[in-house]
Design a protein around this ligand. Structure first.
Ligand code: SF4
Length: 488
């Protein structure tokens, strides 16, 4: 049977020919898509459906069989009564493409539109659209333009109905995709050549494994690295990693003293080489600036492409949960306060009013990253009546992340200052292991399933508890981390 290349396989091949080869000949080596991957796919679907509302009376090609879908597309295109075709399928020269939208112009020519849930044009979108332009044009359609419809981050939802005209930005890329055509001829030819080979091409893993997307064969090509691998140096630039590899250096233990590294990287190198953690002499003084009562705060949010409530823009973070631990005086047992929205109505006002009450009027509020401050700014913009209460809270925030980044290193950080790496290294008795919700992404997905209202009571309770446990652990982790650093 002759091989056909779909648009997604072509794009996979542009990223890496070995990826294309595996997708066709060894798909069983791929990792299963995670729940987060599936959520992204679902979101792309939602955005795609919204884009269709821009073309009333458009008709979708639904056939599962590709050959039938091609025939139906041909019929729809030939019918002048049909103003737009969604998911039309075309084939030329063994390449198959499915086009999000084909819009019939008044002069009978066609606009080809690819819909993406990103907020801008990315380089790899060009090849994606160019291959569609090539196949559709060569199938005999008179394509007047090729465009990308992406999400407009500036759109503000009024709370009524999403205005698709303002939600999307449509960029005409015709000239750019036309200029890519000669290169495409070469790429398509080499992809068919590679696919006809008895074995996968010998391509070493590298930057292309995660750019423009993380390859589904990543784990297959990139076996786990030893703890002292140079990839575990904080923010090591790819060119510096290449330079080290060219010198035959794969282990941090072997990095020469004269090799140029940033101060933080050099510090991490020394820690790994000696096996000893490092704490700066200023650490104690910095932590002494904290004022009791000490609050330890963490927020959970979801950021979806299609905004859910008035005043929100695409991808704005919708806060749905907070946890606060309070230590009233040195040595006191921390008290815990929390909020979790469990209904489908707008959680923002209740979130901020309950948070303001929990945070009191004075005392430092310890957070880990600038995330909480940004969310407070969002809330102040949405609810100006809370502005006078939010501003003083923001002045009380104490971000522990830059303190750890500049003043602490432990060999077990493995190049990462995220709380999920720092906590087990410095407070090994605490861990997120085995938790049903173990990171912010899990929390967002769990919360969405909770408020969708499709779960039984037992499952709802289980998810509610998992969310509360996770967020509470995040702030208790901050309590213990501060304590540990203070003791040092
Ligand atoms: S993991 Fe990297 S080298 Fe392996 S197939 Fe994917 S992109 Fe290619």
């Amino acid at each position: 049977m002759s091989i056909r290349i779909s648009k997604s396989k072509f794009c996979a091949g542009v990223q890496c020919l070995k990826r294309l080869y595996f997708e066709v000949h060894s798909p069983e080596l791929a990792e299963e898509p995670s729940a987060a991957d599936q959520a992204i796919i679902q979101q792309g679907h939602e955005v795609g459906m919204l884009a269709r509302t821009l073309f009333p009376r458009g008709v979708e090609v639904c056939e599962r069989s590709l050959d039938q879908a091609i025939r139906t597309t041909r019929e729809l295109v030939a019918n002048p009564e049909i103003p737009a075709v969604f998911e039309g399928v075309f084939e030329h020269g063994g390449v198959l493409v499915k086009v999000d939208v084909l819009h019939r112009r008044r002069d009978g020519r066609w606009r080809l539109i690819e819909v993406k849930s990103t907020t801008d044009l990315r380089d790899h979108h060009l090849e994606d659209i160019a291959i569609q332009y090539r196949v559709v044009s060569r199938s005999g359609l008179d394509v007047a333009s090729a465009s990308l419809a992406h999400v407009n981050r500036e759109y503000i939802f009024d709370g009524q109905e999403i205005d698709a005209r303002r939600f999307f930005r449509i960029r005409n890329l015709t000239l750019r995709v036309q200029r890519l055509q000669p290169k495409l001829t070469f790429q398509v030819r080499s992809q068919f050549t590679i696919l006809a080979m008895p074995q996968s091409p010998d391509i070493a893993p590298g930057r292309h494994c995660t750019d423009p997307v993380t390859c589904e064969f990543f784990d297959h090509c990139n076996p786990p690295r030893p703890n002292d691998h140079i990839g575990y140096l904080p923010r090591l630039h790819a060119s510096a990693a290449d330079e080290l590899r060219d010198m035959g250096v794969e282990s941090i233990m072997d990095i020469p003293d004269e090799f140029e590294l940033t101060e933080i990287q050099r510090r991490a190198t020394t820690c790994v080489q000696t096996g000893e953690p490092w704490y700066s002499p200023e650490l104690h003084e910095l932590l002494a600036a904290l004022k009791y009562p000490l609050y330890f705060a963490d927020f959970e949010t979801v950021n979806r492409a299609v905004p859910a409530f008035a005043g929100m823009r695409p991808y704005d973070h919708l806060p749905f949960q907070w946890s606060v631990h309070v230590q009233r005086k040195p040595g006191a047992v921390p008290e815990h306060y929390e909020f979790l929205a469990t209904g489908s109505s707008d959680p923002r006002r209740e979130f901020i009013s309950s948070l303001c009450a929990a945070l009191g009027e004075s005392g430092s509020i310890v957070v880990y990253s600038g995330f909480e401050s940004q969310r407070l700014s969002d809330l102040a913009a949405w609810f100006p009546e809370f502005g006078d209460r939010i501003a003083p809270i923001q002045t009380r925030l104490f971000d522990l992340l830059p303190v750890v980044r500049e003043h602490v290193y432990h060999p077990a950080f493995a190049g990462s200052y995220s709380i999920k790496s720092v906590l087990p290294a410095l407070v090994p008795e605490m861990s997120y292991r085995g938790m049903m919700v173990a990171n912010g992404q899990d929390a967002g997905l769990a919360w969405e399933s909770l408020v969708r209202g499709e779960l039984g009571w037992d499952e709802r309770d289980r998810i509610r508890k998992a969310l509360l446990d996770y967020c509470a652990l995040d702030t208790l982790a901050l309590v213990r981390l501060r304590q540990k650093l203070w003791q040092i």
